[in-house]
Write a protein that binds this ligand. Sequence first.
Ligand code: SF4
Length: 325
Amino acid sequence: MDYIFGPVQSRRLGRSLGIDLFPKKICNLDCVYCEVGPTVSPVNRRAAYSPVRLICGEIDGWCADPERVAAVDVFTVTAKGEPTLHSGLGDILRHLKDTVDKPVAVLTNGTTLTDEGVRQALMAADIVVPSLDAARPESFVRVDRPAEGLDPAAIIDGLALFSRTFPGRIWLEILLVRDMNDAPEDIAALVTALGRMRLDRIQLNTVVRPPAEARACPLSREQLTAIAGQLHRELGLPVDLPFAAADTPAAETVPVAAADSALPAAIRDDILHMVQRRPCTAVDIDRTFHLGGPEKVVQLLDPLIRAGILHRQAHGGTWYYQQAS
Ligand code: SF4
């Protein structure tokens, strides 16, 4: 499968089947915290970057097994980059809705909601999860490093307009990076911007997984909790934080060398697809593939590290697996 990955256990969405629209990273931002890696050359043009026919064909093939479909909570359209840059997004979403009786979610950085065509395409989704990291231009540039011509004021207008016409749920994500977009005036500007939108909830996040730039540092739990409280008080919305109890990395033991193991080829390929999109912990991988616990995952993946297929990196006291470059 080139476009479908998972199902993965998502904290936000439940058991989610991912549809990744791009074979390589295509984005109009180059966020300092990006988990996919740097954007080599930011592009802000919508185009058919991959054939809609092939993506829909994979969806049909995967959904031919009703038992597999029944075990999924949500179908999530995403990308190594920004999925709304795909000009076939609307066709893909409509195809999904015609094929499965499940909610369809789209993850987007929100920048293209200035475009009427994108707003219309997203109408076919049930849940849209847009991002807005900064409402002040200087903070937006510092954190998201946009392609030329992207203006946060226009993006906020686009988000506000979309939020008033979209009939589904909108969960807006804010990712805060220490000393880049977390000043009191940044939060005040975000409150003003979000106050213009009809949102269902806010997902407040910080740098958790290995970022594109080592200088992108997380806020402390205390800072994040205080800002969540402010957003909740001033906007009257539920605010989710990234550190649910289930995420406590207690089981993220320092990997030890292990005996060679036999990971079935199909599961190995699925794990490689999963870590291609974002760095994953042994807990993440075990939650999705049920391999017998995080320690067992460490053992099973050890031969892939030694073979140079996977790379393992410590970040914030936790070990993450990535595809070796
Ligand atoms: S975090 Fe998302 S929007 Fe930012 S550069 Fe990475 S893929 Fe693009």
